[in-house]
Design a protein around this ligand. Structure first.
Ligand code: SF4
Ligand code: SF4
Length: 191
């Protein structure tokens, strides 16, 4: 008997659309999204196929794929879609679902960037570069790698140049709606 590789999770699409709505069901597979995407060379599943897999309830394949992590959120796909499928936003939602479900990211450095970014935004409502970059370097293991390869010296020189150009301020700037942003982010589990 042939092995059935499509074991659908019938709640997956509904769960995704409750978070959105992203209108994934409106997709008729024209591939305009994929044809305009600038980072397909780094993807394991093309954007139109991600939408198809969501519709087919392929939770594991979608949450474990590289595509949701390498998506640059440029919105080209959403702009080109004739059916107003919110593809870029959907990619972001799937990334967050993968984090919450504890699915290991095939791109751990991007996951480290994602986590550092959200932590900054939760704290100050925006990124505070002076903390954000060191935090990312620590989380991702880049700090150790730079130390071992000796490239930390170049990094220090660059940091100094950026400090002189006031790109690394001493104190963080916050935004007016900081508390609202915190409430939104408080709904997610900390990673
Ligand atoms: S452009 Fe829109 S309708 Fe076409 S494949 Fe992509 S998501 Fe589907
Ligand atoms: S938002 Fe992501 S999937 Fe869409 S075109 Fe940009 S990189 Fe590609």
């Amino acid at each position: 008997m042939p092995q059935n590789t499509l074991t659908p999770d019938y709640h997956f699409l509904e769960q995704v659309e409750t978070t959105g709505p992203f209108q994934a069901s409106a997709c008729y597979q024209c591939r305009k999204c994929t044809n305009g995407c600038p980072v397909t060379f780094a993807m394991d599943i093309y954007p139109d196929a991600v939408i198809r897999l969501v519709i087919l309830g392929q939770r594991q394949a979608v949450l474990g794929c590289e595509t949701i992590w390498v998506c640059a959120a440029c919105e080209t796909c959403s702009t080109r879609c004739p059916n107003n499928v919110k593809i870029a936003e959907l990619m972001d939602c799937l990334k967050e679902m993968a984090v919450q479900a504890g699915v290991p990211s095939p791109q751990p450095q991007i996951l480290a960037l994602h986590a550092s970014f959200l932590k900054n935004v939760k704290r100050w409502g925006r990124v505070f570069e002076t903390i954000f970059l060191p935090e990312y370097f620590l989380r991702s293991g880049e700090l150790l790698r730079k130390w071992q390869t000796g490239t930390w010296r170049a990094e220090m020189r660059l940091s100094w140049q950026m400090t002189r150009k006031k790109r690394f301020p001493m104190f963080p700037k916050t935004i007016k709606g900081k508390n609202e942003v915190r409430k939104i982010l408080a709904r997610r589990k900390q990673k």
